[in-house]
Design a protein around this ligand. Structure first.
Ligand code: SIN
Length: 283
């Protein structure tokens, strides 16, 4: 596939653009600069008809930043930075099947992820994405004022990621099975509203999977605020939905995007190859 004229086609009014005319295995600096601009502008970008080996997937990822080794998923052989997200026909649960940003319980949650479809169901298995700038900007001035001063507590405790049944068809590191039974190493506090280090825009930074409370507030006080925010941030007009086919690639900005992998393809197999790009501490 030639890297000639790169075309950017937005897929919704909220976020997301499909980029055409690019072979992600061979990106010159000009094309990468255009892709990076689109990444910051559309927050999640999509490509079709790609074929990235794990090594090529890592090379592409390094254009965005340093690779990060996933803390609990077992990597594929010979590539510590590459994992496979697998759902087999007889699995009932899927990975990432609720609104979330990734790894927000770490001191430095990831900058973003690159997901590459290797095998997709005939129908179903789409991924949804939501724009957290919009989620913040559409709040009332009073609510924004309140949230701007708040700190949220994030933990992996409730995810059940360490449990075999949650990710039955994906390898889980032995070390994670004990770590993830407790809060040890899996809990961190971040501002409820973070400022994107590259765009300077403010984004809502709490998610229903990993955010469990607000600092210096009781559970009774923080729960209604968080429940309101979790409901608000998933409003359909803040989202886009991507229909995968084999070879498609999504690159999203975890600093201002949440995502949701739909679990609507019982009896079918879905296999995705993923890298994560190291992030910095939210402020
Ligand atoms: C995830 O990263 O949470 C899963 C995304 C997907 O499989 O579509």
């Amino acid at each position: 596939m030639p890297n000639s004229t790169l075309e950017v086609h937005p897929i919704s009014g909220a976020l997301g653009a499909e980029i055409r005319g690019v072979d992600l295995r061979n990106l010159d600096n000009a094309h990468f600069a255009a892709i990076h601009d689109a990444f910051l502008k559309y927050l999640v970008i999509f490509f079709r008809d790609q074929d990235l080996s794990p090594e090529q997937h890592k090379t592409l990822s390094r254009r965005f930043g340093a690779l990060y080794v996933h803390p609990y998923l077992a990597p594929i052989d010979g590539h510590p930075e590459v994992v496979r997200i697998v759902k087999q026909p007889d699995d009932t649960l899927n990975f990432g099947g609720s609104w979330h940003a990734d790894l927000t319980y770490l001191e430095k949650p990831m900058l973003g992820a690159i997901l590459h479809a290797r095998e997709v169901p005939t129908v179903g298995g789409d991924t949804m994405f939501a724009n957290m700038y919009l989620a913040y900007e559409t709040l009332s001035a009073g609510m924004r004022y309140l949230l701007d001063g708040l700190i949220a507590v994030h933990t992996a405790r409730n995810t059940g990621y360490y449990k075999r049944e949650k990710v039955r068809s994906m390898g889980v590191l032995e070390s994670a099975k004990t770590t993830y039974d407790t809060d040890a190493g899996t809990m961190f506090e971040h501002p409820v509203v973070r400022t994107h280090p590259e765009t300077g825009r403010k984004a809502l930074f709490v998610n229903a999977l990993l955010t469990v409370g607000l600092k210096d507030m009781t559970e009774d006080e923080s729960r209604p605020i968080l429940d309101f925010l979790f409901h608000h941030l998933a409003r359909p007009e803040f989202t886009c939905r991507f229909r995968w086919d084999t070879g498609a690639v999504a690159i999203w900005d975890n600093r201002c995007v949440q995502h949701f992998a739909l679990n609507d393809y019982p009896g079918q197999r879905r296999v995705m190859q993923r890298t994560i790009i190291a992030g910095d501490r939210p402020y």
